[in-house]
Design a protein around this ligand. Structure first.
Ligand code: F6R
Length: 521
């Protein structure tokens, strides 16, 4: 018998003791092994009926899990089960597929079935049956995957991550398609929340993890600026374990590329229980988070296969900005011409990101030069701060280097003690045309770290000559309005981390210890 298991079985200790008491010798400490033994134990009593054995065992399991089981003696049969973890079925012409994400089988078929909670799938080469955990038949929901097959290929790049970085201009553009009408108003038809309700909400809460949470932080700057609504950004893993003030007057936005991140899903469920309106910003059609939200805005990044998120991040920013502008439109907090002007800026971003990609070689050269650094710090102010966090996260997860992102103003409250001779400090420099004070302040911060020996790499806009005397290296990005800057400023940081990891010989697409969908809490 072979078992594949994703998730955590929370009552496994109790089940383990039970198995041991009945004489089973376990060879590992894993919760997965007990599933194999539980099934093997009960199978003979059920006339070797594997689906029935799976039903019986799943009814006893607590926690979140996807299970797939095969029995050596029934090689034409695969039985899968899901509770809270993802599992989708692919319907092929000469065989069927089970995977946690459609990306795994999209090159073979685009016809798929959604499985619900607590369901079992009985898969043979020519048939698929679905039941609940009690064995009652269930009609699964069919859907068609609308990605083209090249999505599952590297398209001439060595790495999925590089391919996805280069797909960012298209991803941003696609995420705007059909959402701005001829009179330059935002039409979010899929947002089926009554405008009256949107007029009445008193606060916005964003829940997300990792890179998606960084997109959420950026949404805060934009949405507060455009709507004057307070926006809280919460790491989903922390949200429901304190006593967040969330009720019917809140719009809770869950941002997730995969739509399956357990922490985000749990935060969303908590918010729903408290009566909040929920909106998912998600990249994966049919995944759990959008299914359980009142409304969904899909990001059209296409499948993101590299574990490190890149194009999804840019589309999450784009989508949250659209939501912010839509709220402003519905609530009348901005003039129509102001909204039009921001939309025009957003529309230009695809082309601006393209420009960054065309001039990326110096970033790669710099990564190679700094490959032996022990640690890299990232500083930003205002919208540059989430970008600094994202730059540091990319470097940690891909190059396995110590990296930290700080708000530059916090330096003097502690982090400046980290500055030592030669330490690379990447600074996201605000546009001098935005709030001049932010630019001036960051120049002072640069001087502070430089005076202590730091090697300063400034990410600064074209034409900002005032930064030249203060930086050891300057990476130029196009001059864009302040709130748009993250979309161009993060791209060199993605390339920097990707190149650094490549130089170090790491597996960029599948960094150690990480999974693309984090389906456990
Ligand atoms: C970092 C990264 C993760 C994800 C996080 C949330 O590169 O990919 O930090 O952003 O695990 O994942 P989603 O967006 O699928 O909820």
């Amino acid at each position: 018998m072979a078992v594949i298991h994703n998730g955590i079985i929370e009552n496994f200790q109790r089940l383990r003791t039970e198995l041991e008491q009945s004489g089973v010798v376990l060879e590992s400490e894993t919760d997965t092994e007990i599933v194999a033994h539980l099934i093997a134990h009960i199978l003979p009593e059920l006339n070797n009926d594997l689906p029935k054995a799976m039903q019986s065992v799943c009814s006893r399991l607590e926690g979140a899990f996807t299970l797939v089981v095969i029995d050596r003696d029934q090689p034409d049969l695969v039985v899968g089960a899901r509770r809270n973890s993802p599992l989708v079925v692919g319907l092929g012409t000469d065989g069927n597929f089970l995977a946690s994400d459609v990306a795994a089988f999209v090159e073979h078929t685009k016809d798929a079935l959604e499985l619900g909670q607590d369901q079992i799938v009985i898969l043979r080469a020519d048939s698929v049956e679905v039941t609940d955990f009690s064995g009652n038949p269930v009609e699964p929901k069919p859907f068609t995957i609308d990605w083209d097959t090249s999505a599952a290929e590297k398209g001439g790049h060595d790495l999925f991550m590089l391919k996805e970085i280069y797909e960012q201009p298209k991803a941003v553009k696609d995420s705007l398609l059909g959402r701005i009408d001829e009179s330059h108003r935002i039409t979010l038809d899929e947002l089926n929340i009554d405008p009256l309700v949107l007029r009445e909400i008193n606060k916005v809460i964003v829940v997300a993890c990792g890179t998606a949470a960084h997109a959420g932080m950026l949404a805060k700057y934009a949405i507060e600026h455009w709507t004057h609504l307070p926006v809280d950004v919460e790491l989903a893993s922390e949200f429901r374990y304190r006593d967040p003030i969330v009720g019917p007057d809140a719009l809770v936005i869950a941002i997730s590329q995969s739509g399956e991140t357990m922490d985000t899903l749990m935060a969303l469920r908590y918010a729903k229980e408290q009566g909040a309106r929920t909106l998912a910003i998600c990249n994966t059609v049919g995944s759990t988070i959008p299914r359980e939200s009142d409304a969904v805005i899909y990001t059209y990044a296409g499948p993101e296969i590299a574990v490190a998120s890149t194009k999804a991040f840019l589309t999450q920013i784009t989508a949250t900005y659209l939501v912010g502008l839509f709220l402003a439109q519905v609530r009348g907090s901005m003039f129509e011409d102001e909204i039009r002007s921001v939309l025009a800026d957003l529309n230009d971003m695809s082309q601006k990101v393209d420009l960054v990609l065309d001039t990326a070689e110096p970033v790669r050269a710099l990564a190679r030069e700094l490959a032996n650094a022990r640690s890299v710090l990232f500083l930003g102010r205002h919208v540059g701060y989430p970008v600094a966090l994202e730059g540091a996260l990319k470097l940690k997860e891909l190059a396995y280097m110590h990296a930290e992102g700080f708000p530059a103003g916090e330096l003097k409250h502690g982090p400046i003690a980290l500055i030592e001779e030669g330490i690379p400090v990447v600074v996201i420099v605000p546009s001098p045309r935005g709030r001049a004070v932010l630019h001036d302040k960051i120049v002072s911060n640069i001087q502070e770290v430089r005076a202590r020996g730091a090697l300063v790499i400034a990410i600064a806009e074209e034409g900002d000559e005032s930064i030249v005397p203060f930086a050891d290296h300057i990476i130029r990005i196009p001059a864009v309005p302040t709130l748009m800057q993250p979309l161009v400023a993060v791209v060199p940081l993605q390339i920097f981390a990707c190149e650094m990891a490549t130089v170090k010989g790491h597996d960029v697409d599948q960094p150690r210890n990480l999974a693309k969908s984090v389906t456990v809490e």
